[in-house]
Design a protein around this ligand. Sequence first.
Ligand SMILES: *[C@@H]1O[C@H](CO)[C@@H](O)[C@H](O)[C@H]1NC(C)=O
Ligand SMILES: *[C@@H]1O[C@H](CO)[C@@H](O)[C@H](O)[C@H]1NC(C)=O
Ligand SMILES: *[C@@H]1O[C@H](CO)[C@@H](O)[C@H](O)[C@H]1NC(C)=O
Ligand SMILES: *[C@@H]1O[C@H](CO)[C@@H](O)[C@H](O)[C@H]1NC(C)=O
Ligand SMILES: *[C@@H]1O[C@H](CO)[C@@H](O)[C@H](O)[C@H]1NC(C)=O
Ligand SMILES: *[C@@H]1O[C@H](CO)[C@@H](O)[C@H](O)[C@H]1NC(C)=O
Ligand SMILES: *[C@@H]1O[C@H](CO)[C@@H](O)[C@H](O)[C@H]1NC(C)=O
Ligand SMILES: *[C@@H]1O[C@H](CO)[C@@H](O)[C@H](O)[C@H]1NC(C)=O
Length: 574
Amino acid sequence: MDLGSWRIVLSLFGVISLLFSTCYCDKAPNYSFMKEATFAPQVSYYDYIIIGGGTAGCALAATLSEGAHVLLLERGGAPYGKKVVEEMSGFGANLSEDDVHNNNSTAQQFVSEDGVVSSRARVLGGGSAVNAGFYSRAGTDYVAKVGWSGSLVNESYAWIEKKVAFKPPMLQFQSAFRDGLVEAGVKPYNGFTYDHIVGTKIGGSIFDHNGKRHTAADLLEYANPNTTVVYLFATVHKIMFRTKGQYSQKPRAHGVIFRDSKGIKHKAYVKAGEMNEIILSAGALGSPQLLMLSGIGPKAHLKELGLELLVDQPMVGQGMTDNPMNAVMIPSPNPVEVSLIQAVGITEFGSYIEAASGTNFANSIIHLMPTSYKTSQPTSNQEYINKVASEKLYAGLILEKIIGPISSGHLLLKTKNPSDNPSVTFNYFKEKEDLTRCVKGMETIIKVIKSKSFSKFRYSELTIESLLTTMVNLPLNRCPRPANDTGLFTTLEQFCKQTVMTIWHYHGGCQVGRVVDKNYKVYNVSGLRVVDGSTFYASPGTNPQATVMMLGRYMGRRILQSRTAALKKKSFKD
Ligand SMILES: *[C@@H]1O[C@H](CO)[C@@H](O)[C@H](O)[C@H]1NC(C)=O
Ligand SMILES: *[C@@H]1O[C@H](CO)[C@@H](O)[C@H](O)[C@H]1NC(C)=O
Ligand SMILES: *[C@@H]1O[C@H](CO)[C@@H](O)[C@H](O)[C@H]1NC(C)=O
Ligand SMILES: *[C@@H]1O[C@H](CO)[C@@H](O)[C@H](O)[C@H]1NC(C)=O
Ligand SMILES: *[C@@H]1O[C@H](CO)[C@@H](O)[C@H](O)[C@H]1NC(C)=O
Ligand SMILES: *[C@@H]1O[C@H](CO)[C@@H](O)[C@H](O)[C@H]1NC(C)=O
Ligand SMILES: *[C@@H]1O[C@H](CO)[C@@H](O)[C@H](O)[C@H]1NC(C)=O
Ligand SMILES: *[C@@H]1O[C@H](CO)[C@@H](O)[C@H](O)[C@H]1NC(C)=O
């Protein structure tokens, strides 16, 4: 071997040791690249600017930082050290936060025009910091229908799972529920798997073996600290566009205006270069809202609000869809563990059945209602609520979510302030098929409650009818009640409608083929994509967080691939 060959071998060795060396990366929660936005310069420049440090945004930022300089802007704070985030028993606490402008709360409540009380995350990690933690992949049929590459999808899921997915403990209550599902005919039993297959299974959880939650923010451990900047309490007000440009005739997104917690304005721009972009990952409410605030939306609506029109795009805010949640609370004579979702029934008829348990669980359901609403109930209802809430009871909650759903609605702005909630209508159960699925799901839930396996966790003297009637009388939503409301119901269809809640899986507003193309690029502008659940037509898998994180990773890989290809082409030309 001559000297030249030795050099090649040595440099190869260098490359290999770089690839396999232990990461120089930061460990959560001590990210050197994460700061409050008050520390941001007045003006700064990056290759990619991601709006929204949520379930998709964190995975996307970590991935893009492998090959470019990335800015991630999050309107909330960090999830670390917060009990409401990290502990299972904290679930729900901040979902009932009434003060929608408290930036320090991990969630911002909103009420749909239908009257269903819901929440949007406001914390690094997004929905994964406030949800029930269930981790389950999308079905292969979903992946095929959307047209994603199956192998890159699987690689991306695996990347997520290495960091944030765990096998849940499955104690007594969850085990009885699982066996009850099988007894009720939700078969076969598929054991523990992340895969979406018909039957009963145990899924993953983002709560680890010590019961500690790991959010999408932990994926930032993968980020290159030298090429990543994360600003917290950074509220983006507008995406800026250049309308005359060297690259194309279309308006080109080239920067964002954001404010820090002191209200000080900052600007961040993408550096010159055709491949550099702004990516919206602000969620199903935030992404369509910010497009409209930036002038992309239905012309008449923007005019009504006095917003300057950039592109007339009537589909922005359309296809808003929310999977209804219907539940039955079951007081238990025996102690139950504190559990969120662990086992799930995936039925053939398109209804997913899950369960949670805890001490005084009734209280936590009522906890989900805003204080103002709880205290405005008529006296008879009030007494009832107090009774259920005060009793120290053990209870389980069996709930269902329907696939899809088919019914959908729309989103409109109420104000020009990005911190205000937009108005959103979901039209729950407008389509008959959704109602049919709910009824079938309820019939299965009733079978589970009646099953031998579950008998230990219910009082035999409490009839199914009384359990259901209890639910009908709790203030679960603010939907208008019929004038002749007697607090009773005669059919399961009525039950489904009267007890409708949300499972917080709302999606749509920037759907593929309507607002963005199949590469998630916003139509009729350049340099702008949307990568989050607002692009979906249906909620993937039983619970979407796995797939929303996956999409962040998947699109990050895709974007870097085309960046590399473009650079190669350029150097070839030069
Ligand atoms: C993060 O920093 C704190 C304070 O310096 C330290 O106590 C903690 O151990 C660090 N955590 C990790 C995971 O490195
Ligand atoms: C936000 O919450 C943290 C603790 O979670 C607290 O230290 C801080 O003072 C709060 N900030 C404001 C402005 O309330
Ligand atoms: C969140 O929940 C915790 C626990 O119930 C509560 O102490 C806190 O006030 C809530 N709100 C905020 C803004 O953190
Ligand atoms: C992806 O993984 C699923 C199981 O999780 C498997 O069924 C499917 O065949 C895999 N797809 C590819 C392209 O490898
Ligand atoms: C970040 O920069 C430092 C100092 O230049 C370097 O030692 C380190 O390898 C870099 N980290 C990564 C992940 O590239
Ligand atoms: C919340 O953040 C927004 C924008 O960052 C800011 O204008 C507002 O003053 C903040 N509110 C509080 C209570 O800190
Ligand atoms: C209430 O009235 C509607 C028609 O207005 C009827 O369909 C429904 O069955 C009534 N409900 C009860 C509980 O009587
Ligand atoms: C893009 O703009 C063209 C010309 O104004 C219009 O015909 C087309 O419908 C627009 N595409 C979308 C998806 O809005």
